[in-house]
Design a protein around this ligand. Structure first.
Ligand code: NAD
Ligand code: SER
Length: 315
């Protein structure tokens, strides 16, 4: 029987992925963990334990005592917060991953999942249809930590046979939790403002294209990758993953179809230069070929789904 530990489970991705894992494996097989006890209320369907992943003795004991067989390691400092606290971001993002990889080697865990990001790319990367393999010179601490993390994942797979799997997520858009300090957060916040009948103040330019993905597609991709036969997972650094690419103006126009009075203003801040260093769109043909990746949502379908369901959702 699998015992799955989710680290950073209360965040934007974890809140939805942990539920899907519990639906799939049963709540008794999933242990959600996050920094504060206050997150417990989100997890009435599985076990919850407060855990700071930097407290490695406690984490080690938990993994040992609970006979954990798989880890989904989601805790990280994201791009915008990382630029405010660079050394803290590097410390958390790298130390926690190295701890998880080392534990997986030592305890011979069945599988590890660790997300990477489009932030591994940089200003010298081809911007359109960015290939899986190309120049990567990230200029954010977050991007540097994800790039280094990818190298460590591949290293642990090649040297120690740790079955670690990873996706370079685009900006993730979900309505079931608020985002945690990234450059793509505007594409979540904009729906909340539209539904509240308020003007949206966008921190990126209207023509700033970025790769994006609706959360149900991100969950599907993660579980598809994690359930693919090991021999199909040919890339052990991290897979490019794509579904849609749009600018603030395009998401605004998509919302206007439902809320014709909605207003937007553009006031780019420091996050604009982060967005400018990332691709407009990525080529995910390796994910399509190796484990059959296909997204379900485009921009208009996502907008309709969020505007329909967000008003009935309670945080
Ligand atoms: P988030 O900030 O919403 O959630 C991260 C969670 O980790 C939070 O609940 C936080 O409390 C927890 N955490 C922080 N420090 C911790 C610590 N020391 N110990 C335990 N838990 C801690 O982030 P997210 O959007 O859910 O992202 C999850 C992962 O996916 C991250 O690795 C991120 O880099 C990656 N990712 C996210 C996006 C996106 O658009 N959201 C895109 C690409 C990659
Ligand atoms: N969406 C994330 C961010 O903006 C990218 O990984 O930080």
């Amino acid at each position: 029987m699998e015992k799955i530990l989710v680290i950073g489970a209360a965040g934007q991705l974890g809140s939805e992925l942990t539920k899907s894992l519990s639906d799939m494996y049963g709540g008794e097989s999933v242990i959600a963990t996050d920094l504060n006890e206050s997150a417990k209320s989100k997890f009435d369907y599985c076990q919850f334990k407060a855990l700071d992943i930097m407290d490695q003795d406690t984490a080690r004991n938990l993994i040992k005592n609970e006979n954990v067989t798989q880890i989904y390691h989601l805790a990280a400092v994201l791009s915008a917060v990382g630029e405010k606290k660079p050394l803290f971001a590097w410390d958390l993002n790298m130390q926690s991953l190295l701890f998880v990889l080392e534990i997986a080697r030592e305890f011979k865990l069945n599988k590890v999942y660790w997300p990477s990001s489009i932030a591994v790319f940089g200003p010298n990367t081809p911007k359109v249809n960015t290939p899986q393999y190309c120049v990567k010179e990230p200029n954010t601490v977050y991007g540097i930590s994800k790039q280094a993390g990818e190298r460590w994942c591949e290293y642990y797979f090649q040297k120690y046979n740790v079955d670690v799997r990873s996706l370079r997520y685009p900006g993730l858009i979900g309505y079931k939790s608020l985002p945690g300090g990234g450059t793509t957060d505007y594409a979540v916040d904009i729906y909340h403002k539209a539904l509240a009948g308020e003007k949206f103040d966008c921190f990126l330019r209207e023509d700033s294209f970025l790769p994006m993905m609706y959360m149900p597609d991100a969950i599907k991709a993660t579980l598809d990758l994690m359930h693919a036969p090991s021999e199909s997972v040919k890339i052990r650094s991290s897979y490019n993953l794509a579904s849609m690419s749009f600018s603030p103006k395009e998401i605004y126009q998509s919302i206007l179809k439902h809320h014709p009075d909605f207003k937007i203003e553009y006031h780019p801040d420091f996050r604009q230069s982060i967005a400018d260093s990332w691709p407009d769109s990525v080529d995910d043909s390796c994910a399509q070929k190796d484990w059959g990746w296909q997204p379900d949502f485009d921009l208009d379908k996502m907008t309709e789904d969020i505007l329909t369901n967000l008003p009935n959702f309670s945080f």
